[in-house]
Design a protein around this ligand. Structure first.
Ligand SMILES: Cc1ncc(COP(=O)(O)O)c(C=O)c1O
Length: 398
């Protein structure tokens, strides 16, 4: 059974007198005490990881975090977990790592539903290597057009990089089905941008036949500056390292360099140890929470918000076809930024703007939206406070 009150108590933010009603969880989640304690403990200790005999304790925690990520996404022994600074760096690691293998005439597939981390990266890589970029359209229900995907797959398709859950509408793509289609009709490598998906759905690397998945720790109660690139060893081995330096070589001499095995080959330099050890504590804590029930609770709050927003005749909702804890909307005739400013003045934190997804917003036919995104620590009281503040703001603006 999910206990929202107990879950909320794990987050010290709510004990602060000036805590806002935080409804911007798709941007980043709040941090549990477990993360703060583990981070403080690390910074009160000495040393690094994988460097000396005396740093065994830190190294053990650091590698335990990797095992916990493996468990989170059900990775198997033929798959590796690489630490990055976030989803963006994970996608860039794949994109730049594949660059030497890409050439004029190759084809890359992305979609209108992508965050700039995926969209801009592959756009730039395609320009650099002269590959053709297919941008799959999204249908009126915000799902990627399956026919367009089928139509563009061929022997020259080298990579398909798709968003699993949208940060704008919360739409979940039928990604397992798309992967099947891609496998049937091409030899392409498949990358999943799971930045949003990681906190909403159970990703199973053994069932999803993707080559790479990317996500950020800060979207799932973890620290900033840490992300994961997980993937099949056979796919990761094809990547030219994004960075060169310490700990990523097996040997270096005047005669030549031999890279270390994965994951270390793609993790040059001193890593963000505090973040990894902090994330270990977060995953430890999270393992004792009922993932699906917690998500369901957040989705129900969002569903209530949708019902209440629909009562405003000038409110346009951009709803995903599935129930989701993320929703975007606009009030016709009112600038999103004006509304967001008046809401912020009343301690309501929600997101407004283009959500780093300009192609998606262009498809929605708007220049910005307001976005509510719920987490399991939100409450019905948060919802009521939001609607009281919204009512006040609309009274001032209309
Ligand atoms: C779908 C999606 N992809 C990628 C990113 C980029 O994540 P980060 O900025 O943590 O690298 C985000 C962040 O909002 C996102 O929502």
């Amino acid at each position: 059974m999910f206990n929202p009150e107990k879950f909320r108590q794990a987050f010290p933010y709510f004990k602060q007198a000036d805590a806002v009603v935080y409804l911007d969880n798709a941007a980043t989640t709040l941090k549990p005490q477990a993360l703060i304690d583990a981070t403080v403990e690390f910074y009160q200790s000495a040393g690094s990881v994988h460097r000396s005999q005396y740093d065994e304790k830190q190294t053990a925690l650091y590698e335990q975090a990797r095992s916990k990520v493996r468990r989170l996404i059900n990775a198997e022994s033929e798959q590796a977990v690489i630490w990055t600074s976030g989803t963006t760096q994970a996608i860039n690691t794949v994109a730049n790592g594949l660059l030497p293998h890409l050439q004029v005439g190759d084809e890359i597939v992305i979609s209108e539903a992508d965050h700039h981390a995926n969209f801009v990266t592959w756009h730039q890589i395609a320009q650099k290597c002269g590959a053709k970029l297919h941008i799959l359209p999204i249908l009126d229900n915000w799902l990627i057009d399956e026919n367009a995907l089928l139509a563009c797959l061929n022997a020259r398709t080298k990579l398909v990089a798709l968003n699993v859950v949208s940060n704008v509408t919360g739409t979940q793509q039928p990604i397992a089905h798309f992967i099947q289609l891609i496998r049937q009709h091409s030899q392409a490598l498949i990358l999943l941008d799971a930045a949003q998906a990681i906190s909403h759905i159970r990703l199973d690397m053994q069932q999803l036949d993707a080559d790479f998945i990317a996500f950020s720790a800060h979207k799932i109660y973890g620290p900033n500056g840490l992300g994961v690139l997980a993937g099949k060893l056979t796919a990761l081995e094809q990547l030219q390292p994004l960075q060169y330096g310490g700990k990523m070589v097996a040997s270096a001499s005047k005669q030549g360099i031999h890279f270390a095995e994965l994951p270390y080959r793609l993790e040059a330099g001193t890593p963000n140890i505090a973040a990894v050890i902090g994330f270990n504590a977060v995953l430890n804590w999270l393992e004792n929470e009922p993932f699906e029930a917690a998500e369901q609770y957040a989705v129900e709050l969002a569903e209530q918000a949708k019902v209440r927003l629909k009562k405003y005749p000038n409110c346009r909702l951009f709803q995903s076809p599935q129930a989701s804890s993320v929703l975007s909307f606009v009030f016709d005739g009112i600038a999103c930024s004006d509304l967001a400013t008046l809401l912020a003045e009343q301690n309501i934190a929600l997101r407004t703007g283009v959500h780093c997804a300009m192609p998606y917003l262009a498809r929605l036919g708007v220049s910005s939206t307001l976005r509510l995104s719920f987490a399991p620590y939100n409450t019905e009281q948060d919802l009521n406070l939001f609607f009281t503040a919204l009512e006040n703001a609309l009274n001032l603006l209309e």
